[in-house]
Write a protein of this length. Sequence first.
Length: 142
Amino acid sequence: MAELAKQKPDAIKIVYQPSDDQPSISKAVFAQLVQESKKLGIKTIAHIKTWQDIRDAAEVGVSAVTHVPRGEIPKDIAGLMANSDVAIIPTLTVHRDFVNYLFDPSVLNAPLLSQLVPDTLISAYRSNELIAKYQDRKISFQ
């Protein structure tokens, strides 16, 4: 964390999703990272997956969480986030528009996209190999 602070980042993103089947840090480690970041004056953003992950993030004092868990928003979440001063970055288009990058290449011609994203990255989404990979899997993005 001290090495990161030397680079003067605006924020660090911490992946915290202990309820998932993928590896995750513990809540204790999560809290330590957030506390150290605060000492260094760096905001923290938590990548979460469930409503409980948001509760834990608010409890340890993150600046923001990314993504919106599935299902109805529990009644306590809005108040908890407001009282803890936790912002949410929903990133809804990641889940809704990813399929368009693969199957409707015209979205890759958006003027704003070309101003913000390097041509090499945009070209990767035009890759026939990438498109075939997802078409073969018959993945549903609904």
